[in-house]
Design a protein around this ligand. Structure first.
Ligand SMILES: *Cc1c(COP(=O)(O)O)cnc(C)c1O
Length: 439
């Protein structure tokens, strides 16, 4: 199997004329030789930026630093770099300095929803645990752009223990998502320690790792790493491919190692203008992913972080892409398109509409081909009154322990066990008036 091509050999030679090509597959060598300046970028790619452009790029890099692995850089088509999806994700664009009034440093309020440093606790039963402040490559479209290059470090054990303690003391948490930065920037032994601590907590049922290593530094997926991770099943791994061009022989080998070891693999893409905002590109991407045993999980609408305006598409582009996938291809190749709510509301799924109309006995639907069809509702459905008294219910849910989770949102309005008839925003004027009237 071809692991490196001529471009990669040439880049390795330019990094160090005497360097052994076998270094190329050493992830630490890749990190040591990451490209962080425009000059080195030019030297290794052979691209010569026009002088005026270079000046503006340097301005951009002062605010948002550059870091690209030689491997990821080798995927750039240097003859056509201005249109290259890898170049656009890896190399600075002066438009990053354009900050709109509606942009935010922390649009998802991750820092606000943080009970202890390093933890974002947004949903009732799961947390995001930031275990690394660094990545092997700085994505230009990073939603945590505010932090990129700030604290280039891995938090020490004392720091991480605070997060572990929080998880330990919060029994609702059944799912811990390791993120960062990139958690696979931690050494194998440090990951071993961290995972042993987290999985020792009785109420933690699953751990997930979000990493871009298979895309930007596939050599990080070593046999030794896999041996460590295997001890902590069930462990889910989510990666971040945005374009079919990123799926190379090296990345396929990394994915195969992870899949062979039994980790369920998912992919989270970000919809990016002039990178992958095209139904044909997305279809090619999801097909290549499932060929490599990776399930497309989310397609994200680009967040309102500062410096990302030039990457954003209208939501309509995402819906158009979903329209071109649903029904047209395998269901398991279709990701869920989500908008991560500004202000910290979490991920909101968005889809084309399939329900056209509804009566008490029929639903009118349309399919992906445009056929309009009807589904007849059952005549004799006895609605179940659920007061959450499962012992009296004829459905056989044998709860081992009481389910304490309270109804939230629309779920609560639909329920029988809660008496709420409406959800009222805080400080609703009309409700305030009622109170003032002694009502
Ligand atoms: C995305 C995210 C999660 C995980 O969400 P899932 O929909 O379960 O994948 C958890 N916490 C935060 C803060 C997130 O942004």
């Amino acid at each position: 199997m071809e692991i490196f091509n001529d471009t990669q050999k040439e880049i390795a030679r330019r990094i160090r004329p005497e360097s052994n090509i076998s270094n190329w597959q050493d992830w630490k060598w890749q990190l040591k030789n990451s490209v962080q300046t425009t000059e080195k970028f030019e030297l290794l790619t052979g691209i010569n930026f026009p002088e005026n452009e270079k000046k503006l790029m340097k301005e951009t890099l002062k605010r948002f630093p550059l870091s690209v692995t030689p491997y990821y850089l080798s995927l750039i088509d240097t003859d056509n770099y201005n249109n290259d999806p890898v170049f656009k994700q890896a190399f600075a664009n002066i438009n990053e300095l354009t900050v709109l009034k509606t942009d935010m440093a922390d649009p998802l309020s991750e820092d606000t929803d943080s009970p202890v440093e390093g933890i974002t606790h947004r949903y009732p039963d799961r947390v995001l645990f930031h275990v690394s402040n660094i990545c092997s490559m700085y994505c230009r479209h990073c939603t945590r752009k505010r932090k990129v290059g700030d604290v280039d470090s891995i938090p020490g054990k004392e720091q991480l223990r605070k997060g572990i303690e929080y998880i330990k003391n919060t029994p609702q948490i059944r799912d811990v998502l390791l993120s960062g930065g990139d958690p696979l920037m931690l050494s194998d032994s440090y990951l071993d320690w961290l995972l042993s601590e987290i999985t020792a907590i009785p109420h933690v049922e699953v751990v997930r790792i979000g990493t871009r290593m298979p895309v930007v530094l596939p050599y990080r997926i070593t046999d030794e790493l896999v041996e460590v991770l295997k001890k902590y099943q069930p462990l889910w791994i989510n990666t971040h491919f945005n374009h079919p061009r990123e799926i190379t022989a090296s990345s396929r080998a990394a994915l195969a190692k992870l899949a062979d070891a039994g980790f369920p693999l998912g992919n989270q893409s970000v919809l990016l203008a002039d990178v992958n905002d095209c139904p044909r590109i997305m279809r090619k991407l999801v097909h290549k992913l499932v060929q490599n045993r990776v399930r497309p999980y989310y397609l994200y609408q680009c967040d309102l972080s500062e410096g990302l305006a030039h990457f954003r598409t209208p939501v309509g582009k995402g819906i158009e892409i979903m329209e071109s996938l649903i029904g047209h291809t395998s269901g398991f190749a279709v990701p869920t398109y989500v908008i991560d709510a500004p202000g910290g509301g979490g991920k909101i799924p968005v889809m084309p509409n399939y329900i056209i109309s509804w009566s008490t006995n029929k639903v009118v639907l349309r399919n992906y081909e445009g056929i309009i069809t009807t589904y007849t509702e059952p005549e004799s459905y006895e609605s179940k009154f659920c007061d959450r008294n499962c012992e009296e219910c004829n459905l056989d849910l044998q709860l081992e322990e009481p389910d304490e989770q309270k109804g939230i949102g629309i779920e609560k309005l639909l329920s029988d066990y809660d008496t709420a008839i409406s959800l009222v925003p805080d400080n609703n004027e009309r409700y305030n008036r009622r109170e003032n009237n002694g009502g």
